[in-house]
Design a protein around this ligand. Structure first.
Ligand code: BTN
Length: 330
């Protein structure tokens, strides 16, 4: 059951145009005065809704609305239950709590989006910056019929989903293991976490962070040269809604749903193929930092468990985790 607030936001955000108070009142089954009051309440929350003479109310902010998400994912596994929260520590942590804590049995396919993350996390214990109104922080809960060792395939599958879903906007590539890049800048990352016991996976949370637009005031110094965003990568305009987060989220989650169903039916091989095709460094010289050493070689293949096979001067090496840097020469 949606609240009037949610239903109003859903309508205002759907068309990217002004809607008359009368149409809103009819579709919501409330009076025009009630519409006016709800619009004022949303404005008081800080939302940019303007009353345009002769046309009606128009929402200028790029908002995240759970019912819009649910409607766009209706009938799919991914999006089976949809939530949007204004602020969480991390969507991954919150969804894992909802999936595993006593009384918390969030179902397979639950999606959680948050406007703000106070402790957004990245791979290798790094922080992840989510710029409110400009970034997407979303997590998906799966309860896959997989062995714990196979779960490493899911972030690779997710990287393919993100890359394919957004290819129409920008020429994206994957960088091992699952960074999404455009012209060398990272604009999305994936963090997968699991609760399992030997032989049984209880919950897998796949967190996806996407920089849709650069943060207000630009990137912090440390990220200036490495972070990218979808709008700039796609050369889209800065005006109004050049690109809306809800559309980006829906495109990615729908693609994830398709690939996950294919994966359950046909296994990892087609995903591995697609990942390799999208990889920025296939058969190219790379340097990998595994936390301890730097290893130079040619990226030769992706293993079924997500390891990168590197042809080095000492022979073929399996790299399980680390950071990859593209090189001109070995
Ligand atoms: C990386 O490239 O290091 C992974 C970044 C993953 C960030 C996302 S944002 C949504 C979800 N919640 C988190 O705390 N992290 C992931």
């Amino acid at each position: 059951m949606h609240t009037t607030r949610e239903a109003l936001l859903h309508r205002l955000s759907a068309g990217n145009k002004a809607l008359s108070g009368e149409d809103l009142a009819t579709s919501l089954g409330i009076s025009r005065t009630a519409v006016w009051k709800h619009v004022h309440a949303l404005q008081a929350e800080g939302l940019d809704i303007r009353a345009e003479r002769g046309r009606g109310y128009r929402l200028y902010d790029d908002v995240l609305v759970a019912s819009t998400l649910a409607e766009g994912l209706a009938g799919l596994r991914i999006g089976n239950s949809c939530m949007v929260m204004p602020e969480v520590d991390s969507t991954n942590s919150e969804l894992m709590r909802l999936a595993t804590q006593e009384g918390g049995m969030a179902p397979d396919g639950t999606v959680l989006l948050a406007e703000r993350q106070t402790r957004g996390r990245g791979r290798l214990q790094r922080d992840w910056l989510t710029a409110p109104q400009h970034s997407l922080a979303m997590s998906v809960l799966l309860r896959p019929p997989l062995a714990p060792t196979e779960v490493a395939q899911l972030p690779l599958l997710t990287a393919v989903a993100v890359q394919q879903a957004l290819l129409d906007i920008a020429p994206l590539r994957i960088k091992w293991p699952n960074d999404i890049l455009c012209e060398g800048r990272k604009l999305a990352g994936i963090l997968t976490e699991m609760r399992a016991e030997p032989g049984a996976v209880h919950a897998v949370v796949i967190g996806i962070g996407i920089n849709v637009r650069p943060p207000e005031g630009g990137w912090p110094e440390a990220l200036k040269l490495i972070a990218g965003d979808l709008r700039s990568a796609g050369g889209l305009s800065d005006t109004e809604h050049g690109i809306r987060r809800m559309d980006v989220a829906l495109a990615v989650l729908r693609r994830l749903d398709v690939l996950y169903e294919q994966y359950l039916a046909h296994g990892f091989e087609p995903i591995r193929e697609a990942w390799w095709q999208a990889h920025a460094a296939c058969d190219r010289p790379v340097r990998v930092h595994n936390g301890k050493d730097y290893i130079d070689g040619i990226a030769e293949a992706l293993d079924a468990d997500g390891a990168l096979l590197l042809r080095t001067s000492d022979g073929l090496q399996r790299i399980i985790s680390g950071d990859l840097e593209l090189r001109e020469n070995i």
